[in-house]
Design a protein around this ligand. Structure first.
Ligand SMILES: C[S@@+](CC[C@H](N)C(=O)[O-])C[C@H]1O[C@@H](n2cnc3c(N)ncnc32)[C@H](O)[C@@H]1O
Length: 292
């Protein structure tokens, strides 16, 4: 089995866990009065950050030396995220700006908001894995020369679209029968793919304690990483199971392979599709032979 899906409160599950983790994507509810079936998204600030701190501390304990956490939050909470990570032992590496390729949220009396933050931090002094990915985005207007070999990914990610509401969310956004989005906070696969390719190797163990629709797991299994997804809402757990049982076309990450072909060791960190299919067939054959 290449994944585990755990129903329950991640605070309790992580406190008791003795797993060894290499990578965590932390995308908790943002405490902004959203409607969650089994979570109060309107806690007093202090209570909310105490809860997040508990989770960060538990993850730190079970993370292998040099392993990492990517903690996503609203930009207005940056100082709390940095403080929480510092106080739970994590070593800050980057403040990633995810500029979401969507219209800015208008705000009166100050600039409109157009990005979210992802803080990347590690356990210990050095990251045990950090693959420097290369991408080849469109040249800015008036650039004369094509690049020979793309550019390294930096701490500003402006090439990944958020799955916003309605039509613009596209096929990747899961929907209910009446066309509504199943989960308003579903993260894009491309976002997870970038973090996973950068900070893990094939076979590493990836944790998502607030798994939602299971975007992390869907990305992890397609890149041959082991995935642990925790989610408190049974409806979401069903969704994750279905999403993993058979990967939808819209969830197939092969479409992003071409975006990273300038990366020197891409084949080492991301086997291509035919290799994965071949391996699955081999595994099936082995099981079949063993059963016979
Ligand atoms: C921001 S959403 C995550 C979305 C996810 N990244 C995705 O791509 O679908 C946060 C999720 O955490 C879940 N949740 C809230 N409190 C939890 C807890 N204590 N333990 C586990 N899951 C929790 C919510 O039900 C919600 O689905």
């Amino acid at each position: 089995m290449s994944y585990e899906i755990l129903l329950g409160n991640c605070i309790d599950i992580l406190e008791k866990s003795n797993r060894e983790i290499d990578f965590t994507f932390l995308d908790p509810p943002f405490n902004q009065q959203k409607d969650y079936a089994l979570h109060n998204d309107d806690m007093p600030e202090q209570e909310y950050w105490n809860m997040v701190k508990k989770v960060c501390r538990s993850i730190y304990k079970i993370t292998n030396k040099g392993g990492c956490i990517y903690f996503m939050q609203r930009e207005k909470n940056t100082e709390f995220v940095l403080q929480t990570l510092r106080e739970t032992g994590w070593n800050f590496q980057n403040l990633i700006i995810w500029k979401k390729r969507t219209s800015a949220v208008p705000v009166k009396g100050k600039y409109g908001k157009q990005y979210q933050i992802i803080v990347y931090a590690i356990k210990g002094e050095r990251a045990k894995t950090f693959h420097r990915l290369r991408i080849d985005p469109e040249l800015p207007l008036n650039y004369k020369y094509q690049r020979d070999n793309g550019i390294f990914v930096t701490d500003v990610w402006d090439d990944i679209r958020e799955l916003t509401s309605g039509y613009f969310a596209g096929d990747e956004a899961l929907r209910t029968d009446n066309g509504e989005r199943f989960h308003k906070q579903q993260a894009p696969l491309a976002l997870l793919l970038r973090m996973i390719l950068t900070s893990t190797n094939i076979g590493d163990t990836i944790l998502d304690p607030f798994a939602g629709t299971g975007t992390t797991a869907v990305t992890a299994i397609q890149t041959q990483r082991y995935s642990i997804a925790i989610e408190i809402d049974p409806k979401n757990i069903e969704c994750i199971k279905n999403r993993l049982k058979s990967i939808r076309d819209a969830d197939n990450i092969q479409k992003y392979y071409k975006d990273y072909t300038c990366t020197e060791n891409l084949r080492e960190i991301w086997s291509n599709e035919s290799e994965i299919v071949q391996k699955q067939k081999q595994e099936e054959l082995t099981l079949f032979n063993a059963a016979g």
